[in-house]
Design a protein. Structure first.
Length: 466
């Protein structure tokens, strides 16, 4: 059966005919990964259409290793680690071309109203700190102002010659990028990885994740894909599905891909740039140009940029959530350092590109490792903060943004980002106390775990000579 979007009726017909025998119900977790269940087709039709599937609450209060750390208010051993419901968003239902006879539907996490744990109104039982819900809430806030955000992602990643099993057996050390040279725009180098990249372009597009192009990036084995723009939630879904599916396809090819922000200190970091524009409620007119067809900015666009710059440090935890995320930010590395804006200037954290209906902002701060739902939500929340408070941006920066003086800088570490988030009134106003506390706990746990680890760098430096 061919891939692509299908209706519930199509799914039922495909299951009855045997064209589909497995349905995946997937929820994005705090790290942006997809978690869920594989359900036999017949059982899904008989029992899951109306109320979805269950999953343990700890999946939205855990770390990268899926441990059950203390500190989360909503899920702990005292609560008994009960269930949330994964409620299908049927607009996301699709056939997955790279998996045999399999369909997938993305789901929203919902707290069952019958659970004594839930104190939320019956009208909205969505779990507020679930990443997909966090983004939905920002889209709803913008809709109240008459705006409909259109967004897109550019995702960079490394292809490694080792399989995931081989990389694990090597302790993720001395890994081999798939290329030997900087392959930025180089067609010959990209051709060497074409058996994989062709599958990514074609099978993702077939699955309803339209890929515009792929290209070599600025390091050996590094590649980039551009996913076509759409409404904010749809675009975040596409990014999450691409990252998940790319790993599955790479596994089938006997190689590995990584979206890690900085896999090696000598390698160029991998970015996850976000493009955004605000349209009217009906999606007919881009509100960023001052006039139709113009490259000049409207007050809405100016204030959006002003909000991005004013909020970037406080909300950096949502675009760079790990210790490694902050090692990507380095001078002359293609990753921004200073929070300045410029037109078609890749040295700036905020880049303005296009004109007329295509006039948009490129947020260059997120890395390839970012959770797309949280990074999108932070971008929209920052922009809306600027619109609501009519924040004018500083003068356009011209020249080398890495050399800018007297301007805000992206936090230098997760420690600094935690402090910015902890004290942020913007974050509390945009996301609420519950979300603010939940992700502060997660970040502090991540930092504490790193602080307790002994690294190869320390052994090399201190074991004999220290």
């Amino acid at each position: 059966m061919q891939g692509g979007r299908i209706s519930v009726g199509d799914l039922q017909t495909a299951i009855e005919s045997g064209a589909i025998d497995t349905v995946i119900t997937a929820v994005p977790d705090m790290q942006g990964r997809l978690v869920g269940k594989r359900v036999t087709g017949s059982h899904f039709i008989a029992h899951c259409l109306d109320h979805g599937t269950h999953f343990c609450t700890y999946l939205l209060g855990t770390d990268m290793e899926l441990t059950t750390p203390e500190g989360f208010r909503e899920m702990n051993w005292e609560s008994g680690y009960g269930d949330y419901l994964a409620i299908p968003d049927w607009s996301t239902l699709r056939v997955i071309p790279w998996l045999e006879r399999t369909a997938l539907v993305l789901c929203d996490a919902q707290d069952d109203a019958r659970d004594a744990r839930a104190a939320r109104a019956a009208s909205d039982q969505r779990v507020p700190f679930a990443p997909r819900q966090i983004l939905q809430r920002q889209v709803e806030r913008l809709a109240a102002h008459g705006f409909s955000p259109q967004m897109a992602t550019e995702l960079e990643f490394y292809v490694l010659k080792e399989s995931y099993e081989e990389a694990h057996a090597k302790g993720y050390a001395n890994l081999t990028p798939s290329g030997a040279f900087n392959e930025d725009y180089q067609l010959l180098q990209a051709s060497k990885g074409e058996p994989l990249h062709r599958r990514l372009r074609n099978e993702m597009t077939e699955a309803g994740i339209p890929i515009e192009f792929s290209k070599g990036e600025a390091a050996p084995g590094q590649h980039e894909v551009n996913i076509h723009y759409d409404a904010a939630l749809e675009s975040a879904d596409r990014a999450a599905l691409f990252k998940h599916g790319a790993k599955e396809i790479a596994f089938q090819q006997g190689v590995a891909v990584t979206f890690m922000a900085k896999p090696h200190h000598a390698w160029t970091g991998s970015s996850g740039h976000i493009h955004v524009s605000l349209w009217d409620a009906g999606g007919a007119e881009n509100r960023f140009p001052a006039e139709p067809g113009s490259r000049e900015m409207s007050a809405t666009m100016r204030h959006f940029i002003g909000g991005l710059i004013a909020s970037a440090r406080e909300l950096s935890l949502f675009i760079a959530s790990t210790v490694n995320s902050y090692k990507r930010f380095a001078t002359a590395s293609w990753a921004p350092v200073n929070i300045v804006w410029g037109r078609d200037n890749r040295t700036c954290g905020i880049r303005v590109v296009g004109s007329g209906a295509a006039l948009r902002i490129e947020n260059r701060l997120p890395g390839g490792d970012s959770n797309p739902y949280l990074a999108f939500a932070a971008t929209l929340a920052a922009g809306l903060h600027g619109i609501e408070h009519e924040i004018e941006p500083p003068t356009e920066f011209q020249g080398n943004g890495y050399e800018a003086k007297g301007v805000p800088r992206i936090p230098r570490s997760l420690y600094e980002a935690i402090d910015c988030w902890a004290e942020s009134e913007i974050a509390v106003a945009a996301f609420g106390d519950e979300v603010h506390a939940h992700y502060l706990t997660a970040a502090r746990l991540e930092q504490a775990t790193y602080d307790g680890a002994v690294t190869d760098w320390e052994r090399h430096r201190y074991l004999e000579r220290g």
